[in-house]
Design a binder for this molecule. Structure first.
Ligand code: FMN
Length: 397
């Protein structure tokens, strides 16, 4: 005689039948299979995306998730990794892996940094301070956005050392002088000028989500469209005229170079031509970036941009990269193409949204563990052993 199934089994089967019969439920389950309640339960960076989506109101989610136009470049940033494959070497002693990197004379435990993301209190009440504490605990570079919701001085205090500072250049030069002097006085060692938004952009997906949000924006923003007026941002107090002057050209870089003793990097470089010009104008380093697919709808991924920029930049200055990095194998491919370090944006914001500081730390732990594993699997025990021979390039088509 067949014994009746235990109650738990019956419920599970009933649930699976329900799931099979409901496309909506099945999709929700597929998008959020772990239903994370704790950062430590996450298995990969992507698990935090669903957790953040549950946490955030539509307008804030949409702002973060948005690309530009059709979000094509946003998606291509991920697809680009498929054009590179790993070439693992076997029978190498991989019992010790060293992924320390050095940038501007300072040593870092891993070639991974936190890219600048504006307005982090939109995602968690502790915003940039939670990220600073995580960066401190994990000895990780934090690049603080000019559109930060926490002043640079407070972030430096939380981190125990000043962060790198990302500049959105004020339109009026006296504003730039004021801001750069403030950042210098806060002790920031590196100034990263973002140059990919000077022509404007079309954050269409963000706008669609904003219209779905029924909350009254003016309860936390001055503007009914959401977002803060520039002069309300902690780093632009007393600076009039907005930021990102469309008239900016290479002469602006020369002026900036003369203005500060901080190391000066450009973020948003994607071509060999600009890499060459940047070197000629005396930059100390470059970040290959398309702003996570939220600047120009180039249709090209940053992992595909990277090789030509590294070749043009030469060996004297560090080239960093961000855009779509989610796996240790992604990081490995960039290192093989010559990147000194790799940045993440959305993944740590997802984790911040759902779990604050602890989430950001878990993201860094997972990604480091994946890079270590990839290095082991490929027979490369230090970063200098990761070269272009470590990957194969698949021609598009
Ligand atoms: C919500 C959001 C806000 C951002 N804010 C800034 C910013 O203030 N300054 C900047 O240079 N880049 C900004 N970025 C771009 C990131 O620094 C980075 O280039 C990008 O997020 C990397 O791609 P990923 O999100 O796929 O990792 C922002 C990105 C997002 C998603």
């Amino acid at each position: 005689m067949e014994r009746p199934a235990p109650e738990g089994d019956r419920h599970r089967r009933a649930f699976m039948r329900l799931l099979a019969g409901s496309p909506l439920l099945a999709r929700a389950w597929a998008q959020d299979p772990l239903k994370l309640t704790s950062a430590k339960d996450a298995l990969s960076l992507m698990d935090f995306e669903a957790a953040a989506r549950r946490e955030l109101p539509p307008a804030h989610w949409g702002y973060m998730a948005s690309g530009v136009d059709d979000d094509a470049t946003l998606k291509i940033n991920r697809e680009g990794f498929r054009h590179f494959q790993l070439r693992p070497r076997r029978l190498v002693d991989v019992s010790r892996i060293d992924m320390k990197t050095e940038i501007f004379g300072e040593a870092w435990e891993a070639p991974i940094f936190l890219s600048p993301v504006g307005g982090q209190k939109m995602f968690h009440s502790e915003g940039e301070v939670a990220v600073a504490r995580a960066a401190k605990n994990k000895n990780t570079i934090q690049i603080l956005s000019s559109a930060t919701s926490t002043a640079v001085e407070d972030v430096a205090k939380a981190r125990g050392a000043p962060p790198w500072y990302q500049l959105y250049m004020p339109v009026r030069w006296e504003g730039t002088e004021k801001l750069v002097h403030r950042v210098e006085e806060a002790g920031c060692p590196v100034l990263v000028w973002t140059v990919d938004l000077l022509g404007g952009r079309n954050l269409e997906t963000a706008e669609r989500f904003r219209r779905m949000d029924t909350r009254e924006c003016q309860t936390c923003h001055s503007s009914a469209r959401g977002g803060r007026a520039t002069s309300e941002l902690p780093m632009y107090k007393g600076i009039e005229g907005g930021f990102n002057p469309p008239a900016a050209n290479w002469e602006y870089l020369d002026r900036l170079r003369k203005l500060t003793k901080m190391k000066l990097m450009l973020k948003g470089i994607e071509t060999r031509e600009d890499a060459k010009l940047a070197r000629e104008h005396g930059v100390d380093g470059l970040i290959v970036s398309n702003h996570g697919g939220r600047a120009t709808e180039t249709g090209r991924s940053t992992i595909e941009d990277l090789g030509e920029v590294v070749d043009a930049a030469g060996t004297q200055i560090p080239v960093l990269v961000d855009g779509g990095f989610r796996r240790g194998t992604d990081v490995f491919k960039a290192l093989a193409l010559g990147a000194r370090a790799v940045g993440i944006g959305r993944p740590y914001v997802w984790a911040l949204s759902a779990f604050g500081q602890e989430g950001v730390e878990r993201v860094l732990d997972i990604l480091r563990a994946e890079v270590t594993l990839t290095m082991r699997e490929c027979g490369t025990t230090s970063l200098k052993q990761i070269t272009r021979a470590s990957i194969a390039t698949v021609s598009a088509g």
